[in-house]
Ligand binder design. Structure first.
Ligand code: P6P
Length: 338
């Protein structure tokens, strides 16, 4: 049997970027910085049960959420890799209240801003469920060499240069887009490389999986509960009732739906009027990926990537997945959005 030559992520990105006239190689190097941190986080996630990195760190982040030790480790690793790499001028992290302006003594031309959730799904760390890192990359608007501004960081999702996630699951995968489709790479630990395993990912236009925390249904708008009822109706022609799947880790629920088709919803609730998920480093990157794969992402009313951000850690409701399923959910939800 002819074995295919492994294609590494670095090779793939370099080839993908090559035709562009203004290619400098900066983005390829930035991805290498992200990959380095991802490999270190992967190593520590894989041994979490063996060394003292499980459990809480004894602090809470700006979201008021308990910070887990692996959260801190992951945040430190990504900040260190991005800062040392020299191609990133600022970092917006879930774990840091303010923007981290990277002092690029070696390079005043760094133009990329990275918004990152270093370890999403952290509540699943101690129970060995899949967790992951989500990142979004913008080009700064202000002149290189000047101080990075808040406006540089509060750009709408349509401006993203790239977005991706690393899922630390049964295997470790990186899925990303630079606006030229979506590709998945699986970490081959024997050679320490992420190798192309899922070329040109496309999400099915329809699916039969819905993913939402129904435990919150008493706090959902009526339109959301009406959509859940729609999912549960029996109709062979539309493969209903759908299957309910909810891991409680955005990356894991999203990744399953990306490959199999489905919809994930984290709506506004009476307790969380803007939902729970953050626009800049959860919803925007996932929206870029899903649109590039042929899916859709909205608040239930407006497209995620058209939202003009107002705050660094802004939350928005999220309806994301197969295009036809999101359209149907929007149709039912928008009738009773309160
Ligand atoms: P809930 C994990 O803490 C997270 O931020 C996402 O990864 C996940 O989809 C969501 O929260 C789960 O929230 O309220 O259903 O536990």
């Amino acid at each position: 049997m002819k074995t295919q030559k492994a294609v590494s992520l670095t090779q793939f990105i370099s080839k993908q970027q090559a035709p562009h006239p203004d290619t400098t190689g900066d983005l390829t190097r930035l991805f290498q910085d992200i990959l380095l941190a991802a490999k270190i986080v992967n190593r520590d996630v894989r041994k979490a049960g063996l060394v003292d990195i499980l459990g809480t760190h004894g602090t809470t982040n700006i979201q008021g959420e308990e910070v887990k030790k692996l959260d801190v480790m992951a945040n430190d690793e990504f900040i260190a890799a991005l800062s040392l790499g020299g191609d990133c001028c600022a970092i917006l992290s879930e774990e840091n209240d303010d923007i981290i302006r990277v002092a690029n003594s070696n390079k005043s031309t760094s133009k990329y801003i990275v918004a990152i959730d270093p370890l999403d799904g952290s509540s699943n760390i101690d129970v060995n469920a899949s967790i992951g890192t989500i990142f979004s990359i913008f080009s700064r608007l202000s002149p290189t060499g000047s101080e990075v501004t808040l406006e540089d960081c509060l750009q709408k999702g349509r401006n993203q240069i790239a977005a991706g996630y690393i899922i630390y699951g049964s295997s470790t995968m990186l899925v990303y887009t630079t606006g030229q489709g979506v590709n998945g790479f699986t970490l081959d630990s024997s050679i320490g490389e992420f190798c192309l395993s899922h070329p040109n990912i496309k999400i099915p236009k329809d699916g039969s999986i819905y993913s939402i925390n129904e435990g919150n249904s008493c706090d959902f708008p009526q339109g959301v509960n009406d959509y859940i009822s729609f999912c549960k109706e029996s109709d062979d022609a539309t493969s209903r009732p759908y299957s309910a799947r909810y891991i409680g880790s955005l990356i894991a629920d999203f990744h399953r739906n990306l490959l199999k088709g489905g919809i994930f919803i984290y709506p506004a609730t009476t307790k969380s009027p803007n939902g729970k998920l953050r626009l800049m480093y959860e919803c925007n990157p996932m929206a870029f990926i899903v649109e590039q794969a042929g899916g859709k992402a909205s608040t239930g009313l407006n497209n995620i990537m058209d939202i003009i951000p107002e705050q660094l850690h802004q939350r928005v409701p999220l309806f994301i997945g197969s295009e036809n399923m999101v359209n149907k959910a929007e149709e039912i939800y928008s009738a009773k959005p309160i």
